[in-house]
Design a protein around this ligand. Structure first.
Ligand SMILES: Nc1ncnc2c1ncn2[C@@H]1O[C@H](COP(=O)(O)OP(=O)(O)OP(=O)(O)O)[C@@H](O)[C@H]1O
Length: 283
């Protein structure tokens, strides 16, 4: 991980012409993604559009039928050993079993696996990296708690801490705010922004909430039926017409005074007129 000051202009990860199949046709088709130091890139799109599969393909958790993933120094990410790869790219997958009987610190320590020497298990930087990851995720005071006793939001922060302890330039997050209440969502989103801004990490995150994507991301990539149909700053990629087509529901995008687009669905879609058949009335 380098400081943002030393970041080169080259993307830290470039995935190109990625196609992934589960057997009956491609679910990701000729897709591309570029991740840059200090930038958050949000992947958005309807259920089943291929967001997770695309990210998992890049993270080598899914076989790619075609495609290339190139690191900043020109190395082919797919040619690296598992240990080398895990020193470059950390991935927080969507669903993880919660191990029983381990502490927060133990879970964060998992992230050090690619840095431990093979035979003796020594990891001179490990202690400091783990402390730093706990600090960034505000978990220092909980480090001795058992992880099966944490709330969903705290647990999510533990997994992010574990990915941070891995100390990579690139962080891939699949729905990092899933199952979190609003407060924890905001905390996790702020943390992601901080990782990019203060630590120069190149973040790629699948997000469902288009307004969160608009507020958080420097770039938004829109996937539809496995293909990238928009890739640009939120003001360009979050286009009302395009989103209406992709999500198959009327979507209006307004530009707030801050410049951040605000994505909305017309209210009449959500409420039945009072007195209409089947309207829900308060008891
Ligand atoms: N293990 C699997 N076996 C077969 N098909 C799969 C498998 N996982 C996903 N798919 C299919 O691949 C397509 C893309 O799924 P994927 O989970 O990548 O979409 P997504 O955009 O992340 O969806 P969501 O927003 O619902 O998480 C879907 O049609 C899905 O049914």
């Amino acid at each position: 991980m380098e400081s943002p000051m030393s970041a080169s202009a080259n993307p830290w990860l470039r995935a190109e012409q990625v196609s992934i199949t589960y057997g009956a046709g491609d679910v990701v088709s000729d897709a591309q993604l570029t991740l840059t130091s200090g930038q958050v890139t949000a992947l958005v799109g309807p259920n089943g559009s291929g967001k997770s599969t695309f990210l998992r393909g890049i993270a080598r958790l899914q076989h790619m039928r075609t495609g290339a993933v190139t690191l900043r120094d020109g190395r082919d990410a797919r040619a690296l050993s598992a240990r080398e790869f895990a020193r470059e790219i950390a991935m927080l997958a969507q669903s993880r079993p919660t191990p029983v009987g381990i502490t927060v610190r133990d879970a964060v320590e998992f992230g050090r696996h690619p840095h431990r020497s093979r035979w003796r298990g020594s990891d001179p930087d490990g202690g400091a990296r783990i402390e730093h990851a706990l600090e960034l995720t505000r978990l220092t005071d909980r480090s001795n708690d058992m992880i099966d006793e944490l709330s969903g939001g705290q647990l999510q922060r533990v997994w992010i801490a574990s990915a941070l302890a891995q100390h990579t330039d690139v962080l891939l997050l699949d729905e990092p705010t899933n199952h979190l209440d609003l407060r924890y969502q905001v905390e996790v989103l702020e943390l992601i922004r901080e990782l990019a801004d203060d630590h120069g990490i190149a973040v790629g995150a699948v997000l469902h909430d288009l307004n969160q994507a608009a507020a958080l991301a420097d770039r938004v990539v829109v996937l539809s039926q496995g293909s990238v149909v928009a890739d640009g700053p939120p003001t360009e990629a979050l286009d009302g017409g395009l989103l209406t087509e992709v999500f198959e529901i009327d979507i209006v995008v307004e530009r707030a005074t801050s410049g951040v687009p605000h994505v909305d669905v017309p209210r009449q879609l959500l409420r039945r007129p009072a007195g209409s058949a089947g309207a829900v009335r308060p008891a």
